[in-house]
Design a protein around this ligand. Structure first.
Ligand SMILES: [Zn+2]
Length: 340
């Protein structure tokens, strides 16, 4: 919109012919006075009150003023634009509070989801995962390990049979009757004494760990610890927790048939996961209770755990990372020994 009129510079009496242009998009006001251009934003100007037949006058922040040739037209436009702008600012101010509220709520919701909802729901989901998925996962993980890090055991067959017998003797009736009854296999893993449990209950013990032991009760405590992980379904719990975001997304988009596919193809993911501190302590407690019940010396559990902790201090391995916080676990065994 263009308005013609007269412009007076700050503290000057002389009037100059001027053209005022209002940009409808940016709401910027441009004045052209004898080729001289000046730009102002709406908030930089004031408009005169309507007084009888007096023309509309715009007062600018630099002290200049523009007297419009036409009466009332400029006043109406400027006032309506200023009002609209104020409404927008007010609207945004109100929205700012709403946005802040939404942002805070989002942080709170995310915290609650990660702290409570995911661990709780993953526990429920883990307990209801079909047996065939767990079997498939166990087989897949073992195949991956056999292809990469594990080698066939070099232990004499007699020694393997002796330990397998021990394994069956220490297993509880409940685990013996479970659909995923634990099974024991031997593997060679040069330089790494370790044991780990797969999703289907297969427990792998390495030659190096067997060679580290001097007493069958040391082996029993390691095997019982692994049985504890299986009994409490730690591996599935960990997998579901780590896949929760994916699972949640699949559930939201209604692709529940992909749920099984997602879990079945998680063998490699399992190798990168590690148990939580609480899970390790729970598996230790399972082993401790069984050792006491079977009247086996807890000293042997402490003995092998001490040897393993000394071995694993400077080793950085995915498999070994499944056994963190040795000191806390050894302290717990000391407490159990004191209570005897
Ligand atoms: Zn463990």
């Amino acid at each position: 919109m263009i308005f013609k009129g007269k412009y007076t510079y700050n503290k000057m009496a002389q009037q100059y012919s001027a053209i005022l242009l209002i940009d409808n998009v940016s709401n910027e006001i441009t004045l052209t006075i004898n080729g001289d251009k000046k730009s102002y934003s709406l908030c930089e100007i004031k408009i005169s009150d309507s007084l009888g037949s007096l023309p509309d006058v715009l007062y600018f922040s630099d002290g200049g003023c523009f007297t419009c040739d036409k009466k009332n037209q400029l006043r109406k436009i400027i006032r309506s634009k200023k009002k609209k702008k104020l409404e927008i600012i007010d609207f945004l101010e109100r929205r700012k509070a709403t946005c802040l509220y939404l942002f805070m709520s989002l942080i709170l919701m995310t915290t609650l989801v990660f702290q409570y909802v995911i661990p709780y729901s993953s526990g429920i989901v883990a307990k209801n995962i079909p047996i065939f998925i767990q079997k498939s996962l166990g087989e897949e993980t073992l195949a991956l390990l056999d292809k990469s890090e594990l080698k066939p055991s070099k232990l004499p067959l007699e020694k393997q049979q002796e330990i397998s017998l021990l394994f069956n003797n220490i297993m509880s009736i409940e685990l013996k009757n479970s659909p995923l009854r634990p099974s024991l296999i031997f593997r060679d893993f040069p330089g790494e004494a370790n044991a780990l449990t797969l999703a289907d209950g297969t427990i792998i013990i390495t030659d190096e760990l067997i060679n580290l032991t001097k007493d069958e009760n040391e082996i029993a405590s390691v095997l019982l610890h692994e049985m504890g992980h299986h009994y409490h379904q730690h591996i599935m719990h960990t997998l579901v927790s780590s896949s929760s975001i994916k699972l949640l997304f699949l559930w939201m988009v209604g692709k529940t048939s992909n749920l099984e596919e997602l879990l079945i193809n998680s063998g490699s993911l399992l190798l990168s996961l590690s148990y939580s501190r609480d899970m390790e302590l729970e598996a230790d407690q399972f082993a401790l209770d069984a050792m006491v019940e079977q009247e086996r010396p807890i000293e042997m559990m402490k003995s092998i755990f001490t040897k393993l902790s000394e071995q694993h201090v400077n080793v950085n391995s995915k498999l070994l990372s499944s056994h963190p916080s040795w000191q806390e676990r050894l302290d717990n065994l000391d407490k159990a020994l004191l209570q005897q």
